[in-house]
Ligand binder design. Structure first.
Ligand SMILES: [Zn+2]
Ligand SMILES: [Zn+2]
Length: 455
């Protein structure tokens, strides 16, 4: 049987990547993530899938593929699918974002997960703090330059620039044709040259099929493509122009953003104060010699939320949090030093502002994507209410983790595969406009329908 690719997620949607690659009896999943809108028509924060039904409530709405030999015993309890020994050989993970990892926790822990070395460190940090979907699985690590085999398939991981470190694309040589998969990528981050490396290597391996993301391939205006460097310049200007507290909401595992704000702090004589979760991530990433991250205690402090007794006692904190208590600053200390602090504060921690009681006139930087759905708009309006309540300036400042439309087109042209399959995009049809040369064909994926690697 010829090798084939089946897309079970990331089809006409941003995120939720789940691609099954089969070749002569070997089965491999490229990512196994949760879609951002997965089940939004049936579930919300109060109507949730029942744990007692394993993954059954997700199967009900076609939110998960019914693949034999993939799921754990627990995920299949009380469902119509019988648990069998694993028939899937591995999950190959492009990077540690929920829309690529989110459903791995439902798979049989006997299935190993292949990921980049940096991703394994990020997994370690989550594993110790909140838990990780990779928990219980054997982790096989790779770096750019490695090649590894699973059955008849040879995998070539190549780094790409994205809004989390340790992001990869892959070239896969099957027993027939060759496939290239981009994962998520951009060129405008500090490691933009890595995505150019990916194009170069992928092109030289002559793939017949390119599976590419297209998050920002849309008809909307794309005038603003801020680079991470531009975010740093603008943030530094804002911070220097503020006399009281600066605080910001941004994705806690976006290490580029942590470095950006750390640099803004150095330039303005402020101290970056991070959450416990960010502290353990920075601590873990110290082991990655190729990554530059600020050191907890030396370079950044840790915000101490009041818990349990409310007295900031050691015993109030989890074992993984305790090593950071010595580098901790309380709400009162933030208040005393507010002109000298840049605080990372997730929206769900905004009630801390009640303890901090910052003086009016500070700056809030919303350093995340702007709302793109109803739920996001609702959260944004709550954020704005808080900012107004404390009398701060609201500013939006963000560099996307994804390449804009034009650069996705350049990647497609650059890799020069014969067939292009757009995923991780709401507008796969718009890829048609990239085919100026007429050298490749566009195949729009359909959920659960196999695609041949031949052009
Ligand atoms: Zn993604
Ligand atoms: Zn991502």
């Amino acid at each position: 049987m010829l090798p084939k690719l089946t897309c079970y997620g990331g089809v006409g949607e941003i995120g939720g990547n789940k691609f099954l690659l089969e070749d002569r009896g070997a089965k491999v999943l490229l990512d196994f993530g949760a879609g951002f809108a997965d089940g939004a028509d049936y579930f919300d924060s109060s109507i949730t899938p029942r744990a007692v039904n394993g993954a059954g409530d997700l199967f009900e709405f076609g939110l998960l593929p019914e693949i034999q030999g993939l799921y754990s015993k627990k995920s299949l309890q009380n469902t119509k699918i019988k648990h069998t020994e694993p028939e899937v050989d591995a999950v190959i993970l492009s990077h540690y974002h929920w829309d690529h990892t989110g459903r791995i926790g439902l798979t049989d822990p006997k299935i190993p997960v292949y990921c980049g070395e940096t991703t394994s460190l990020i997994h370690g940090a989550y594993s110790e703090s909140t838990g990780s979907p990779l928990d219980g699985h054997a982790i096989r690590k790779f770096r750019t330059g490695d090649r590894f085999r699973i059955g008849p398939m040879e995998f070539v991981p190549i780094h790409v620039d994205h809004s989390i470190p340790g992001a990869y694309g892959f070239v896969v040589h099957t027993s027939g044709e060759t496939l290239a998969y981009t994962g998520d990528f951009r060129f405008h981050g500090p490691a933009g040259s890595m995505t150019r490396d990916f194009i170069e290597v992928a092109r030289s391996e002559k793939p017949s099929l390119l599976l590419t993301e297209g998050t920002r391939v849309s008809n909307e205006s794309q005038e603003t493509n801020l680079s991470e460097e531009a975010v740093q310049r603008e943030a530094t200007r804002m911070v220097k122009g503020t006399r009281s507290l600066v605080f910001s909401t941004f994705r806690g595992n976006d290490v580029d953003r942590i470095n950006t704000f750390y640099q803004s702090c150095l330039a303005s004589g402020r101290r970056l104060v991070v959450s416990m979760k960010m502290a353990i991530l920075l601590e873990m990433l110290k082991a990655d010699k190729r990554l530059r991250v600020p050191r907890v205690g030396n370079d950044v402090d840790v915000y101490l939320r009041r818990k349990k007794s409310g007295r900031l006692d050691d015993s109030d904190y989890f074992a993984w949090e305790r090593p950071f208590v010595d580098s901790g600053v309380s709400a009162e200390q933030v208040r005393q030093r507010q002109g000298k602090v840049f605080l990372h504060l997730e929206a769900w921690n905004f009630p801390e502002l009640i303890d901090i009681r910052p003086e009016k006139g500070g700056t809030y930087i919303h350093a995340a994507t702007e709302a793109f759905n109803e739920e996001g708009e609702r959260e944004e309006s709550i954020i704005r209410n808080w900012i107004e309540h404390v009398g701060f300036r609201y500013s939006q400042l963000h560099a996307s983790g994804h390449a804009p439309r034009k650069e996705v087109g350049e990647l497609v042209e650059g890799i020069a595969a014969k067939k292009v399959v757009p995923v991780h995009t709401e507008h796969p049809c718009l890829f048609r406009a990239f085919d100026k040369s007429g050298r490749w064909t566009l195949e729009l994926p359909k959920r659960g329908k196999p695609i041949s690697l031949h052009s």
